[in-house]
Ligand binder design. Structure first.
Ligand code: AMP
Length: 279
């Protein structure tokens, strides 16, 4: 695996490896890698000739300074995991490489996407995501890029970015990878104690309960029960809602098969976790 830190070096290595016409797949990450990231990297390796992974903790997408300061950094371990997952190029840019002095912020009309759920809770977050993903796509110039449904709203934002600036780029979205106990894998889980990790398992349990209750009761009551499970287990719920999986418009009624998405953001031991379930 080649490790590069500048955009010039990155393009040199990619063109060397791809000899002109290879298919380049790209997995952007913020590091502190876990099995959720690694599944994306393995899928990328299976479907492309050259697999590029970036690790960059993007300051622009953190609205909370403490969250940014405490974001786990485990680069040496990440490198081992990436080698084992057949990553060809690891791109480790600095802030100056991603946002050079001449860099101009882009504006993208996200419609309701930055006005619901994560949007109002994390002001500026999706704008930061837009800036970093656009710059990374420009530097890597992939044929296809991989994202996880764990960050469902982010996937929708990235689709808008692709449609606006990169119409030829293919996007792949993958299922959320979970621990055996159902907890969605996340770099932020590293900040939880054993007790916190146990508590956090109730997040997916609550989501599955909503899915189960669809057969019996209206969304309002299903969500009320799920919220109750969470608060009873010492989890502070920021939002828990049903939305249309195509539009992210909140829904008071159950929708057609595969159009229901229940999204949750919740706090455990001062760590903000998000998850969702589609059914
Ligand atoms: P992050 O490093 O958190 O920015 O995540 C990098 C990519 O990995 C994003 O596309 C995430 O949606 C994806 N990802 C993170 N956790 C998981 C997971 N548990 N399962 C699948 N994909 C994930």
């Amino acid at each position: 695996m080649r490790v590069v830190t500048s955009d010039i070096e990155l393009q040199q290595v990619i063109s060397e490896l791809s000899k002109g016409n290879a298919r380049v797949g790209f997995v952007p990450t913020m590091g502190a890698l876990h099995e959720g990231h690694i599944q994306l990297v393995k899928q990328c390796h299976e479907e492309n000739d050259v697999t590029v992974v970036s690790i960059f903790v993007n300051p622009k997408q953190f609205n909370n300074k403490e969250d940014f300061d405490k974001y786990p950094i485990t680069v040496e371990q990440d490198k081992h995991m990436l080698e084992n997952a057949f990553c060809d190029v690891l791109f480790l840019p600095t802030v100056d490489v991603v946002y050079p002095e001449k860099y101009k912020t882009v504006q993208v009309n996200l419609g309701i996407l930055d006005k619901v759920f994560e949007g109002p809770q994390r002001p500026g977050h999706f704008d930061g995501v837009i800036q970093v993903v656009k710059r990374l796509f420009e530097m890597v110039q992939p044929h296809v890029a991989y994202f996880g449904f764990k960050d469902f709203q982010q996937c929708m934002v990235v689709k808008v970015l692709r449609n606006t600036f990169f119409p030829k780029l293919e996007l792949r979205f993958s299922e959320t990878i979970r621990q055996k106990d159902g907890l969605a894998m996340s770099s932020r889980n590293m900040r939880l104690s054993a007790v916190g990790l146990e508590k956090a398992t109730h997040i997916y349990k609550a989501l599955k309960m909503v899915r189960e209750l669809k057969k019996h009761i209206e969304p309002f009551d299903a969500l009320k029960y799920a919220r109750h499970i969470l608060t009873q287990n010492g989890i502070e719920v920021e939002y828990l809602a049903l939305a249309n999986a195509d539009t992210l418009i909140e829904s008071k009624k159950w929708l057609r098969k595969d159009k229901n998405v229940v999204l949750v953001a919740a706090w455990v031991e001062g760590v903000r976790l998000i998850d969702n379930i589609i059914f």
